[in-house]
Design a binder for this molecule. Structure first.
Ligand code: NAD
Ligand code: UGA
Length: 458
């Protein structure tokens, strides 16, 4: 039986793969194909070892792959064959030329547009799934419609709000799905086609429709607001450490105000991930380009506090370990930017590891899912570093442990055993506030957490 709809996704990454697997699972009548220029990545999507770790993803892919979900490198053929194209390629911060270090690098995005133009032989709806600067849809439509002959392209914005580590749950029961389009008859028709896909499983009142610019800007603004909350609580964590207030108690007290809300108030060594920093910098760049320098400064401070929080963590380690870590073995518990993912992009652990290596510490990195990515992040960095999946082995004969990712398994270790195996005095720096600090102190550790009174035996 022919498929009801043919959907293509360009970009088989952390967003493209899980999102398309969910669409395929919820819409068995649609044919969903995901393509990528990275042949290794496509090979992995077609194997038993998917290229990314995400709870629930293996099961979803197993259910749909080969039925109505396909992974391929035949980009040209797939462009020609489909009706709707989601573009989910990477949009990192630009590293060169005008806007370097701030603006979004749109080269992958534009290359995709030109590829679509070259190989499309029928009308297509192009869906912006990647996070893009506001007004990108206009540029996209111009490129596509400038020399397309009789083929018509309508560009719709449908930003993704999933968080890594909970992607499958977020896709299954999203807080909202946002779909923006031009408000012309053709634009509205294209918008409806995308609404119809999500309406297969998302309640209609959670599908928000808007103009295309609002949709693009809402994505950048949502990430900026989320990151701002973390920088806000982290700034207060520093004050807690000076005043003996406890950051968990403060976060709970303020978060119970329904106008503030409890989520995203967990103090930490800093926020990481591939998006918060890049999206805020992009927002800052856009504001500056419109002459809104005060607005730009405001959002830039969110990134500044984050960098300060990361460097404060290292300074705190040094100060407590008698101002030197040279030659001391230090175990890092966690390298992923958050729990339940193997993703290490912009992880605060990279910054901490580099800082400790500069101080000539012997750094042992442990993580249940990120040890294949971790060495790539530290490529070219000089110093004594090893990678050890077993946290007990990592901590053996170490002077200190730094908890950098909130993996559940670190809560449940036998810390008496860990303590016995370490050099004394033994330190734990809990960069995620996930451990039982009083208990660790009773065992004999010196415990330094974020936004809490130090528990030291001397
Ligand atoms: P990613 O780097 O994991 O995946 C992007 C993929 O696109 C790569 O596999 C790359 O090879 C492929 N690609 C690049 N150019 C291509 C081309 N011309 N043709 C075919 N494939 C091409 O990135 P990601 O984390 O999935 O993010 C993608 C976009 O989604 C970004 O704009 C990001 O900001 C946004 N986003 C990410 C998340 C997240 O949690 N990771 C959440 C929401 C939105
Ligand atoms: C974030 C957003 O939460 C998603 O909605 C968005 O779609 C995505 O960015 C994106 O655009 O890429 P993600 O970066 O995957 O998702 O993960 P988050 O759960 O937001 O965590 C980001 C960082 O903040 C992590 O390092 C995490 O440990 C840290 N964090 C989070 C805190 O330090 N405290 C908190 O209270 C919450």
């Amino acid at each position: 039986m022919p498929f009801e709809k043919t959907i293509l996704c360009i970009g088989a990454g952390y967003v493209g793969g899980p999102t398309m697997a969910m669409i395929a699972a919820k819409c068995p009548g649609y044919k969903v194909t995901v393509v990528d220029i990275n042949a290794d990545r496509i090979r992995a999507w077609n194997s038993d070892h998917l290229p990314i770790y995400e709870p629930g993803l293996d099961e979803l892919v197993k259910e749909t792959r080969g039925r109505n979900l396909f992974f391929s490198t035949e980009i040209e053929k797939e462009i020609a064959d489909c009706e709707i194209i989601f573009v989910s390629v990477n949009t990192p911060t630009k590293t060169f030329g005008h806007g370097a270090g701030m603006a979004a690098d749109l080269q992958y995005w534009e290359r995709t547009a030109r590829q679509i133009l070259r190989h499309a032989n029928s009308n297509k709806i192009i869906v912006e799934k990647s996070t893009l600067p506001v007004r990108t849809a206009l540029a996209m439509e111009r490129i596509l419609n400038a020399s397309s002959g009789n083929t018509r392209f309508d560009v719709v914005s449908n930003p993704e709000f999933l968080a890594e580590g909970s992607a499958i749950k977020d896709l299954d029961t999203p807080d909202r799905v946002l779909i923006g389009s031009q408000e012309t008859p053709e634009g509205l028709q294209a918008r409806k086609a995308i609404v119809d896909i999500y309406a297969n499983w998302v309640p209609r009142d959670k599908i928000i429709e808007s103009n295309v610019w609002s949709s693009e800007l809402s994505k950048l603004a949502a990430n900026a607001f989320l990151a701002q909350r973390i920088s806000s609580i982290n700034s207060i964590s520093a004050l807690c450490e000076k005043t003996e207030a406890n950051i968990d108690e403060v976060a709970y007290a303020i978060g119970t105000d329904s106008r503030i809300g409890a989520g995203f108030l967990k103090a930490s060594v800093g926020f990481g991930g591939s998006c918060f920093k890049k999206d805020i910098l992009n927002l800052v760049y856009i504001c500056r380009s419109y002459g809104l320098d005060t607005v730009a400064d405001y959002w830039q401070s969110v990134v500044k506090i984050n960098e300060w929080q990361e460097s404060r963590f290292i300074r705190n380690m040094l100060a407590n370990m008698f101002n030197t870590v040279a030659g001391k073995r230090i175990a890092l518990f966690g390298f992923a930017f958050k729990a339940n993912t193997g993703d290490t992009r912009e992880s605060p652990a990279i910054y901490v590891a580099k800082g400790l290596l500069e101080e000539q510490a012997e750094v042992v990195i442990s993580d249940p899912k990120a040890l294949s990515n971790a060495p790539k992040e530290l490529e070219g960095v000089e110093g004594d570093m090893t990678f050890e999946p077993d946290p007990y082995a990592a901590a053996k004969e170490a002077h200190a442990i730094a908890v950098l990712t909130e993996w559940n398994q670190y809560r449940d270790l036998d810390y008496e055993r860990v303590f016995e195996s370490m050099i004394q005095p033994a330190f734990i720096f809990d960069g995620r506030n996930i451990l039982d600090h009083e208990k660790l102190y009773e065992i004999g550790f010196n415990v330094l957490a974020i936004g809490k009174k130090p528990l030291k035996h001397f």
